[in-house]
Design a protein around this ligand. Structure first.
Ligand code: PEP
Length: 255
């Protein structure tokens, strides 16, 4: 059995290296004496803080990127390649986050290119998918998830599937404090597994983790992660406070 995965997406936070140093102090303090037997913990800070993270040499927290560019190298001002993220300590990268789709116009074709670059570089991918509130209301959740998965995973063979984690993040739940019921998460998980099985195989899908993301807090981690037996969580705001982040990780690890 694979380990569960808890991912903290710090987004464009914190503001300074000093604040990030304090964040790392907090993580070390809140992890002290705790064992995570069944869970991998990953933190995705802005890439400018990678060196600071790596220098801490934290044993139980891995480093992840929030995004990559799909080209390998060259004249692409402002971008960072997957290989560069890996060479600077990352082991994971998020791809296809709803904020990238909304603010930077990323579509499935772009996400597919990025996903291929992530896998080629040797990073593990955390692919975000999820329906909008409108799509849910009009019963479009299943076709939307199908389209997102099929297009994002196009041309990616079964041999790479175990390096891909799917984060089910209903867009209406990200950053909103609205959360789905356990049944709604479970239903989405079943849909995702079915689509993945059609694309790959039942055996391959057993090795792929499916996370829940969207307004996860300690008081609702049971409802959205534990009850539907998700393989972990992708956490935004609550990962900015080490105490809360580790508290959620513990709740999920112990189930
Ligand atoms: C996210 O941005 O992926 C996320 C889940 O954010 P939040 O936990 O703040 O809803």
């Amino acid at each position: 059995m694979h380990k569960k995965l808890i991912v903290g997406n710090l987004k464009m936070n914190p503001l300074t290296p000093t604040e990030f140093g304090r964040y790392l102090d907090g993580l070390e303090k809140d992890m002290k004496g705790k064992r995570f037997e069944k869970t991998e913990i990953v933190v995705c800070p802005p890439a400018v803080y990678f060196r600071q993270f790596v220098e801490r040499k934290m044993k139980d927290v891995k480093l992840g990127a929030q995004d990559v560019y799909w080209e390998y190298q060259g004249a692409f001002t402002g971008e960072i390649s997957a290989g560069m993220m890996k060479a600077n300590g990352a082991q994971y990268s998020i791809v296809g986050h709803s904020e990238r789709r909304k603010y930077f116009g990323e579509n499935e074709e772009i996400i597919n290119l990025k996903l291929k670059a992530i896998l080629k570089s040797g990073l593990n991918a955390i692919l975000c998918i999820g329906e909008s509130g409108e799509e849910r209301k009009s019963n479009q959740t299943a076709p939307v998830l199908k389209k997102q998965l099929e297009k994002s995973l196009a041309g990616i063979g079964v041999g790479k599937s175990e390096y891909i984690t799917i984060a089910y993040e209903p867009i209406w739940a990200v950053g909103t404090d609205k959360i789905p019921s356990s049944d709604e998460v479970l239903e989405a998980k079943i849909i995702i597994k079915k689509i993945l099985t059609e694309l790959y195989s039942r055996k391959a899908v057993e090795k792929m983790r499916i996370l829940y993301g969207g307004s996860v807090k300690s008081h609702c981690a049971g409802q959205v992660c534990v009850d539907p037996a998700m393989d972990g969580a992708l956490i935004g705001r609550e990962s900015l406070t080490p105490y809360d982040f580790i508290k959620i990780a513990k709740i999920i690890d112990e189930k």
